[in-house]
Design a protein around this ligand. Structure first.
Ligand code: FES
Length: 194
């Protein structure tokens, strides 16, 4: 087995040549979305390839149908379509984590920034993602029905137990690792200087 050097959301994870990014992320409990269970229907597994894009396969026809040219030009791929064709190094930021960080920057603005200034990147991502769905409709849906059939488009999950188990594992880890989606608690009186 040939291992690849890859970072997802700033963490080194274990991966093998030929694996898809979504499979790597799920196995390593990385924060990623996969509502359609990797069937190329939801785009929740979308990832930004920060470096090492040449270590991945070419975008598939599914990505061409679902992602806008602008998103692809910005380095976005679908995690369930992008497969490791080289051993890296590759750096990936999942859309789920990108948006979590953007939300965190609004709720807990880093020093020197404000919630107002930080809301712009979050709104911009939300707009881009929604435009992607709307702008690609109905070609994306027609393509999916031709590829999978109507029933599979409505019920895409292929392994319910694994899907539920991975969702629980990833959610638990996210909650344990980071509770910063909540506004920072106000300093206790005893923490304040006299
Ligand atoms: S998991 Fe739904 S498109 Fe990749």
């Amino acid at each position: 087995m040939v291992t690849a050097k890859i970072e997802i959301n700033d963490e080194s994870v274990e991966a093998q040549l030929g694996e898809r990014l979504l499979a790597v992320a799920r196995r390593n409990t990385s924060h990623i979305g996969f509502f359609c269970d990797g069937n190329g229907l939801c785009t929740m597994c979308e990832c930004k390839i920060l470096s090492g894009a040449d270590q991945l396969n070419e975008p598939t026809d599914i990505e061409q149908v679902w992602l806008t040219d602008a998103r692809m030009a910005d380095g976005y791929r679908l995690g369930c379509q992008a497969a490791l064709r080289g051993v890296g190094p590759i750096q990936v930021l999942t859309r789920a984590e990108e948006m979590r960080r953007q939300l965190d920057a609004v709720l807990n603005p880093p020093a020197g920034t404000t919630a107002i200034s930080n809301v712009r990147p979050l709104l911009s991502t939300i707009a881009a993602v929604n435009w992607q769905h709307i702008g690609r409709w109905p070609a994306n849906l027609i393509h999916a029905i031709k590829r999978l059939g109507f029933v599979a488009v409505l019920l895409p999950t292929t392994d319910d137990k694994l899907m539920a188990a991975d969702t629980i594992r990833i959610t638990r880890r996210l909650l344990a690792k980071n509770d910063s989606c909540l506004p920072a608690a106000p300093a206790k009186k005893t923490d304040l200087p006299d």
